[in-house]
Unconditional design. Structure first.
Length: 394
């Protein structure tokens, strides 16, 4: 079974270069490797000094590169899903038979579905994903969860809900409930989304690696990225600190910068304590061409088993306590005051900034309510008890 490595980080920090170095190292180890770019501004061709097409291309033995064009993937690989979705939209009174493109984010979703399909095919030992800068990647990764959440609420598959919901939905959502055929279609899309989520959050299959550089703004964003990855329960199992200045420049101007870098390397190391951290020097030229990719590999990755999962970030968990249950969600680097928490029906909703995560509650917790919540040591602990709902103190 192939393992997936997702490289994420702020714009320009070196994601593509580092992902390329991993792909190169992996191929050299004799593992069948695919390097995929989900960033529309592809630049893997520049790094490997090759003109690439929108299909999978072999660039060296054991190494294929795939710069995904989501619109093209939609047409060629997911024509059936598009058809289902179009049928679905056509079934809605208020919506004209519309193009699937009207739902924001759907095109990008196809990049992920394509990666899942390649994973399932078993062709590759390792799939290395070079992402677009943080913001886009986060919306891409949370999208399957968000979409399947909406689908579950609107079309509760396999539950009596469909019939019960039908009269409600007509007035509330101004849409006809889909007929049986359409329900099957919805079920298929839903299953694919659920599978995708399962794949990306599974610690056995998927690693998220964060790339950073030791400077204030990037470090801040790296922390936020780490927090959101944890909020959505992705497994971060490595940090790369790129562009580290050499110590021996012997120049006052750079000595100051070296000092500042040291400070931020310290911050990053304490934030990511317990996870593998890789340090990469700042080179005197751009990382272009195999020669430079090799240099990065031998300097920073060479003798390390960078493909092993040496540590994992914690999963969220439900634990039984004397008077109820506690839901523990790992959210390092969050600001206590920014966390918003509420219970909505069968879900607990955690909101931080513009990001919101609905965590469905297991049946055992349905009759309980949130008694209190606290944020400590990077963990949000939410206590559920039978008592009347008390004050939430975060
Ligand atoms: N350690 C380094 N030393 C010198 N140049 C570097 C280093 N790391 C990256 N670069 C250069 O910095 C630029 C950005 O790197 P890269 O494209 O890998 O970043 P990215 O995070 O993928 O960017 P984007 O967010 O635009 O996709 C490139 O020109 C690359 O060659
Ligand atoms: Mg890039």
């Amino acid at each position: 079974m192939s393992r997936i490595y997702i490289f994420t980080g702020k714009g320009g920090v070196g994601k593509s270069s580092i992902a390329a170095a991993h792909a190169y190292k992996s191929a050299r180890e004799g593992k069948k490797t695919l390097l995929v770019s989900t960033d529309m501004a592809h630049n893997l061709g520049d790094i490997f000094e090759r003109k690439l097409s929108r299909d999978i291309e072999m660039v060296m033995p054991n190494l294929d590169i795939y710069e995904i064009d989501p619109a093209y993937v939609c047409e060629t690989d997911f024509a059936d899903i598009i058809k289902y979705a179009k049928n679905l939209l056509a079934g809605a009174d208020e919506l004209a038979p519309a193009d699937i493109g009207i739902i924001p984010g759907t095109e990008e979703l196809f990049s992920l579905l394509k990666i899942a399909e390649l994973h399932k095919s078993g062709t590759y030992d390792r799939i290395i994903v070079d992402c677009a800068p943080t913001g886009e990647t986060l919306s891409l990764l949370k999208f399957p969860e968000m979409l399947s959440w909406y689908m579950e609420k609107l079309f509760p598959i396999g539950k009596v809900g469909v019939r019960v919901l039908a009269p409600v939905s007509k007035s509330l959502f101004k849409i006809e409930m889909p007929n049986k055929q359409a329900m099957n279609d919805i079920e298929k899309i839903y299953m694919k989304l659920a599978e995708l989520q399962e794949l990306l959050k599974n610690r056995e299959t998927t690693s998220v690696r964060i790339v950073s550089v030791p400077e204030k703004m990037v470090v801040e964003e790296t922390k936020r990225n780490y927090m959101y990855m944890n909020l959505y329960n992705f497994n971060v199992d490595g940090l790369y600190i790129n562009r580290i200045l050499p110590e021996d420049i012997g120049n006052d101007f750079f000595d100051k910068w070296i000092g500042l870098q040291k400070e931020y390397i310290g911050v990053l190391k304490s934030t990511f304590d317990g996870l593998p951290i890789y340090e990469i020097p700042w080179y005197d030229e751009e990382l272009k061409g195999i020669k430079n990719v090799e240099r990065l590999v031998s300097d920073a990755l060479g003798d390390k088993d960078v493909f092993a999962c040496h540590a994992t970030t914690e999963r969220e968990s439900f634990e039984k306590t004397d008077d109820g249950y506690v839901l523990k969600v790992n959210i390092p680097c969050a600001d206590k005051g920014d966390i918003d928490l509420f219970q909505a029906g069968a879900d607990i909703v955690i909101k931080i900034g513009n990001f919101k995560r609905n965590i469905p509650l297991p049946n055992t917790l349905m009759n309980l309510s949130v008694a209190k919540a606290g944020y400590e040591d990077g963990k949000l602990n939410i206590l559920f008890t039978k008592e009347e709902k008390g004050d939430e103190n975060e």
